[in-house]
Ligand binder design. Sequence first.
Ligand SMILES: Cc1ncc(COP(=O)(O)O)c(C=O)c1O
Length: 416
Amino acid sequence: MGAFWHSFSDLAAVERDGELVIERGEGVHIYDDRGRRYLDATAGLWYCNVGYGREEIAEAAARQLRTLSAYSTFGDLANRPAIELAERVAALAPVPGSRVFLTSGGSDSIDTAAKMARRYWQLLGRPDRTLFITRERAYHGMHIAGTSLAGIEANAAGYGTFVGDVLKVAWDSAEALREAIALAGPDRVAAFFCEPVIGAGGVFAPPQGYLREVREICRETGVLFVADEVITGFGRLGDWFASRRFDLQPDIVTCAKGITSGYLPMGAVIASPRVVEPFRAPGAGMWRHGYTYAGHATVAAVALANLDIMERERLPERGLGLESELATALAPLAGHPLVEEVRAGVGVMAAVQPSTEAIAEDPSLPTRLVVACREHGIMTRALATGALQISPPLVMEDADLRELAEGIGAALDAIS
Ligand SMILES: Cc1ncc(COP(=O)(O)O)c(C=O)c1O
């Protein structure tokens, strides 16, 4: 192994076992440097919604690079692709009249949302509203804010306290949120962070009525409702945003990934008029926040080309159809002796959960299963619960679904 430090890795293990180099992608498949082909069950890290190898995105990037690669968007500066992208995203946003703050990825978006929420309350003369409430199992990225908001314990462990003002509640109980707000005092709480469907925590859809109830509790108590749609935005939940599908009308939406399908890195924070208002009031002054690559012209051009494809090929609608097709394709795996359950049926997101007892006995089971999947032509990874992540590109065809389910089935058989 050379100098490259792998993310989320056990460096000693990578040094021992070597690295796997992915060389190219085409549609729903990727190829390694030895020419082996894999069906990409995860769309990279939940992002490649339009699939790989889209010429028109590459051309959009090349065109923009020749015109203006990038320029600062601080203060009054802007560029055409960034302006156009903000308008496009605002038009798709769950709340009309929203504004779009561009970032470089999901963790940036979470940091921005946390600072935006606190600044909002400051501007309203309520500086004590600094508390954030988050859910067990939550993944909100790996910046300092996101690490502090993490509901996946292992992701927050070992650093001490970064942001102290965080309360964690059960992921599936609206009552727990109500109690936490009452206990802290509503005048202390800035925002509630909520993934409409929990992703990296293991793919857990909200219980019936949960999202409606937590939304209502936030409304009653004035707490800002932040929908973390880094995974669920841009088609994966069968609509442009899960918040649209479930009519959440969030105060703030964080997104990333599908906005460019990962062709270049980008994130965004969509702020509803309620949140924007105090920032644009006379006397609000400068909000000293922003990133060098916010509104990067070439990334924005890529995002626009990606949205063109999503619109033309109606990928959010395709996502809605794929939701049940994926659940049907994976359902038989639930009968395998190694499998505890298959969680699927809300969005193009699923998890094949190996028996938690078996994982307790042999913690290497999820890794062995991932390796076996690779050997059977399926690229996936293990989530926080040891489940296999299934979140393929939204361009999956019937044959791809069959390939996916058969490959995982064969991998399960191989390690049984
Ligand atoms: C729900 C959620 N929020 C935030 C993030 C962080 O995004 P990024 O890894 O682009 O910083 C992720 C990443 O997977 C995510 O799933």
